[in-house]
Design a protein around this ligand. Structure first.
Ligand SMILES: Cc1ncc(COP(=O)(O)O)c(C=O)c1O
Length: 434
């Protein structure tokens, strides 16, 4: 059976979805209706092909519809389509928990193990970490950073910085998060920042941070920052919680971005690329910490959900991690990322009325566009993004004003296609900024 065309779909979305969700700019051909995807390509309902330089928020790290991941999901669907959260477990859940332990704490320290709480979204995983910190330390305060994005659930939203997401709900937020006041993550002075944190001192149970901010505008803190945070947490008895939901599973040229500095967190949150497309996420903690924090279940878990540890998500996540390993995608992201960085640096500089700056690490990269006076030029990025979509290239704006044209392609992307795309991106930004 033929599916609906793009116009029909957009008509239905416009009519039946809450109007806050999908943004329409039909004169500019926005949005694109996705029909199918494979590798680094997406096709719309009319059969037009797009090069996806977003990997759909970084999810499709091993390529869209990676055959091994799809096969694992299909197999699992035919066997067991739904588990029972905290009640009756299943094989893939056990195997995924073991694999998460091995990929995180098992690699970070010999003979160390992790214990995880599985979740359905990144926001849920962050909330599981916040609950763990509350139980482990008995302290309510969470320290977060300017520009942070940890999700929009009512727990995680407390620590998400941007007003756009928070302000209409402020009255119902718990108010347990404080922002460090250290300014932009990529301009932070680690030593000065750490000193200023002392003012938040004794009531802080957790420091929650993205090792590289993605939605905040691909902001990479200076080396040494995470190490300073680790030391601060150790001195103050607080937990270091790393949100690796965007950066995890190879994106930055490391399995996890914290490995750039060799810093081990107490808790790490993962999601997005974990499964390659099924909504599954996790909060993984040091085994001793998790054991101490959470009471043994006496028959009713105090933290659970209907779809916790979904069997299809678990099976896909296992296949996805294996595929990232077998295809050498972590090393590939490092090598291609370095090449991309060079390419973006070559494009950077004063361009007409604007200044372009190359940002990012690995295959989490982008171009920040500002006016010569230094104001964020989000409109230029949005116009370029729409122009690129019409030409068959998908990118996203990041940053509070959308001033960063971000590139987080599948880690499998051929260099030739990335190179061609860079040329088109340069042209689109130039035309949009003229
Ligand atoms: C760093 C980070 N944390 C948390 C989240 C929230 O994840 P989710 O949208 O799956 O709830 C995101 C989503 O973009 C993210 O980038």
């Amino acid at each position: 059976m033929e599916g609906p065309n793009s116009r029909e779909t957009l008509g239905r979305i416009r009519r039946f979805e809450s109007s806050n969700i999908t943004h329409f700019d039909e004169a500019e051909g926005w949005p694109v209706v996705w029909e199918r995807a494979r590798g680094c390509n997406v096709w719309d309902a009319e059969g037009r092909r797009y090069l996806d330089l977003t990997a759909a928020f970084g999810v499709a790290a091993a390529g869209h519809a990676n055959p091994r991941v799809v096969a694992a999901g299909r197999r699992q669907m035919g066997r067991l389509l739904h588990g029972m959260g905290d009640v009756h477990p299943h094989g893939p859940k056990g195997r995924l928990l073991e694999a998460l332990s091995q990929r995180t704490f098992g690699r970070w320290k010999p003979a160390m193990e992790g214990r995880a709480i599985l979740a359905c979204t990144g926001s849920d995983a962050v909330e599981a970490a916040l609950k763990t910190a509350m139980l482990a330390t008995g302290r309510r305060r969470v320290l977060a950073f300017e520009g942070a994005y940890h999700g929009t659930g009512y727990g995680a939203l407390n620590a998400t910085h941007r007003e756009h997401f928070r302000k209409r709900f402020e009255a119902q937020l718990g108010g347990f998060a404080v922002f460090a006041g250290c300014g932009r993550l990529d301009r932070i002075d680690p030593a000065a920042c750490i000193q200023s944190l002392d003012a938040h001192g004794p009531d802080v149970g957790a420091v929650l941070v993205e090792p590289i901010q993605a939605r905040g505008g691909i902001r990479v803190p200076p080396m040494g920052f995470l190490r300073c945070l680790r030391d601060w947490c150790d001195r103050h008895g607080a937990l270091l919680v790393l949100d690796e939901i965007y950066t995890g599973f190879g994106r930055t040229g490391h399995w996890f971005a914290c490995e750039r500095e060799g810093v081990m967190p107490d808790l790490v949150c993962v999601g997005k690329a974990l499964s390659g497309g099924f909504p599954i996420a996790a909060c993984v903690g040091r085994a001793d910490l998790m054991e101490e924090a959470w009471p043994r279940s006496e028959g009713e878990a105090i933290h659970t959900s209907t779809f916790l540890g979904h069997p299809v998500g678990c099976a896909m996540a296992l296949a996805q991690m294996q595929e990232i390993e077998d295809l050498g995608l972590v090393a590939r992201a490092a090598a291609e990322g370095e090449w991309l960085r060079g390419r973006l640096e070559a494009m950077a500089g004063v361009r007409g009325r604007h200044v372009w700056r190359a940002v990012g690490v690995g295959l989490m990269a982008g171009i920040e566009v500002r006016t010569r006076e230094g104001a964020p030029a989000g409109l230029v990025v949005v116009r370029a993004m729409q122009r690129l979509a019409r030409e068959g290239i998908l990118v996203l704006p990041e940053g509070a004003d959308g001033e960063v044209l971000s590139l987080t392609p599948p880690l499998t992307i051929p260099r030739r296609r990335l190179s061609q795309a860079c040329e088109r991106i340069g042209r689109a930004l130039e035309e949009a900024g003229a």
